[in-house]
Design a protein around this ligand. Structure first.
Ligand code: GDP
Length: 140
């Protein structure tokens, strides 16, 4: 087990329903520390770059539209095995398949409006963090 950082986004469906605090409580109750956080409005260019890996998928255009439809909260979470730990706290991409007690099971509206993003590997976590935060903004 190593202390690790992961990148998280509280998505527009969740900020719209004022769920930032409830979602942050899930992270904190499950051993992750929020070491950086800011509320931003993603630009189309940022969303396209962030989800570039899904460019060929049929839902790419809708996803970019959704991610720019309202404010998001971008975050750096720190803890033991943070990348995998956060994926567990989030639950499956499709809330219908998510385990009880996970963020997506409790809060997600649909497979697209699924309330949170979390990095899927330590390498992607580093890259995603660097897209939104300077080192000096992360206070561990
Ligand atoms: P994640 O790592 O669990 O977020 O899942 P993916 O990397 O596979 O997908 C990225 C995001 O695209 C998801 O979190 C959803 O917001 C969206 N998404 C994934 N699959 C679908 C789909 O089949 N339809 C739609 N509309 N959106 C999807």
């Amino acid at each position: 087990m190593v202390t690790q950082r992961t990148f998280s986004i509280i998505k527009p469906d969740a900020t719209r329903r004022n769920l930032t605090g409830k979602i942050n409580a899930k992270f904190e109750e499950n051993g992750l520390r929020i070491v950086a956080q800011k509320r931003i409005r993603m630009t189309k260019e940022q969303a396209e770059q962030f989800y570039a890996v899904h460019k060929e998928r049929p839902f790419y255009g809708d996803l970019v539209k959704f991610m720019t439809s309202g404010p998001v909260v971008v975050q750096v979470l720190e803890g033991e095995d943070a990348v995998a730990a956060n994926r567990k706290i989030m639950g499956a991409t499709n809330p219908a398949n998510a385990d009880a007690g996970t963020i997506r099971k409790e809060f997600a509206e649909s497979i697209e409006a699924n309330s949170v993003h979390g990095s899927d590997s330590p390498e992607n976590a580093k890259m995603e963090i660097s897209l939104f935060f300077k080192d000096s903004e992360i206070v561990g």
